[in-house]
Design a protein around this ligand. Structure first.
Ligand code: PMT
Length: 401
């Protein structure tokens, strides 16, 4: 899904977290989005319109503009609702939740929400007692019933000094939930998808390991794309420097053996398993408990033994209806080698990438792959790892239909 040029109507309501609004807005601008901003009357007590208009390069719509002599003729609540691809309220106060739940049109934001036929994403943020009050919870339920996405707040220290649930989630969580709301495909709703990503580290001693250059980008892109499309996602990841949001379950492992244990333990729950991790094929026969010293040695040899093949084990125990997708990182005879792996590991699809090709494979933001189906179909895809992830999921959905 292309994120550039998305039209986001960003409404800020009057909670302390409103002070974060210029930063959140700036993040969208840097991603190439176009923003119209609405400030509720209460929000103006927490954030000035000036940084929002300076960053968005547009006027900020204020309560005073609603039904005003100067701007009322533009009917801002209708024109803004029609202009936007998505409406986001962050932070969303108890008052705005109540107004949205009751379909009240007596404020600019209330009228926009009522007039809107696009996705709406609300980020409630308030004191925990206010959040947990049955009135607020009923309003949240009502908003969900209307099809709005209401994202659970984070827990932590709140502005009032209390500790509990009610914090505005990170900007990254806000962006990801908005991309999810904008994703037109929801064909993985109700499905559980398990993705593996990144390298494994096979330790020789406490400070040295055998590994590979996998950054995790391909696997993380798959996890995110599956979540955008409605799946419940578990990401089993080797050591990587990529953040994930809490709505994607992340299980961190270091070695191939740990990844094997998690994957085989979770296999039965999954509808789709995608093995994008670059699993170490070998580990040291014996790993030293202490750092191995140079100690005047001119040469030093380590004996390696094979790790278990996780994909092959999953292929042997594949329950009916489960889709198992592997990757093949190849340097020569790409298709022949990949087809052998497809058969020997009992995979349904294999994604082959030439890891020697520039702009493909390890570390980069793009990939160039052939997706081979057990039935023989082949599709070639090149693009960002997000685009390639989406094409792999298209092939998975088609195969499982
Ligand atoms: O992480 P990035 O920097 O984005 O790079 C992406 C990638 C190049 C790592 C990814 O696109 C990729 O090709 N992943 C698979 C790498 C790999 O281990 O390929 P393989 O041909 O050695 O293994 C074939 C399949 O068996 C893979 O699905 C692999 O996860 C699986 N396998 C391999 C060994 C093992 N012991 N257990 C396994 O499950």
């Amino acid at each position: 899904m292309r994120k550039q040029n998305k039209k986001i109507l960003y409404a800020v309501s009057g909670g302390v977290a409103a002070y974060k609004a210029p930063d959140i807005l700036h993040g969208w601008i840097k991603q190439g989005c176009e923003i119209e901003t609405v400030l509720t009357k209460a929000a103006e007590a927490f954030v000035s319109p000036l940084p929002l208009s300076a960053l968005s390069k547009k006027r900020v719509w204020r309560e005073a503009d609603f039904l005003s002599a100067e701007y009322g003729w533009q009917i801002p609540h209708i024109s803004l609702a029609e202009w936007a691809d998505v409406i986001v309220v962050a932070p969303c106060t108890a008052n705005v939740l109540q107004s949205a739940a009751s379909g009240s049109a007596d404020t600019l934001l209330g009228a926009i929400l009522l007039a809107c036929r696009k996705p709406v994403v609300l980020f409630p943020a308030m004191n925990s007692n206010m959040l947990e009050h049955p009135a607020t919870q009923e309003n949240i339920e009502a908003c969900r019933k209307y099809g709005y996405t209401v994202v659970e707040p984070d827990a932590g220290i709140l502005a009032c000094g209390a500790e509990g649930k009610g914090r505005l989630p990170s900007a990254e969580t806000i962006y990801e939930n908005v991309w999810k709301a904008l994703c037109p495909k929801k064909d993985l709703s109700g499905k559980k998808v398990l993705v593996t990503a990144g390298p494994t580290h096979e330790y020789i001693d406490p400070v040295r390991y055998l590994s590979n250059p996998s950054s995790g980008k391909m696997g993380y892109a798959l996890a995110k794309a599956a979540w955008y499309r409605g799946a419940e996602v578990t990401l089993v990841t080797g050591p990587c420097n990529i953040e994930t949001i809490s709505q994607i379950e992340r299980i961190s492992v270091t070695t191939a053996e740990e990844m094997y244990n998690v994957c085989t333990g979770r296999q039965k729950e999954a509808d789709i398993i995608i093995k994008a991790a670059a699993v170490g094929d070998f580990r040291a026969a014996e790993s030293s408990a202490e750092k191995i010293k140079r100690g005047g040695k001119e040469e030093f040899s380590v004996s390696f033994v094979q790790n278990k093949d996780i994909a092959a084990e999953l292929g042997r125990n594949k329950p009916a209806g489960q889709l198992l997708i592997g990757f093949a990182a190849e340097t020569n005879d790409l298709l022949a080698n990949a087809e052998k792996k497809l058969l020997s590991k009992n995979l349904d699809l294999i994604v082959v990438n030439d890891v020697l090709q520039e702009g493909a494979g390890f570390g980069c933001d793009t990939n160039s792959v052939t997706i081979i189906s057990a039935g023989g179909d082949k599709i070639e895809v090149s693009g960002t790892k997000e685009e390639v992830a989406d094409a792999i999921l298209d092939a998975a959905v088609k195969k499982q239909a």
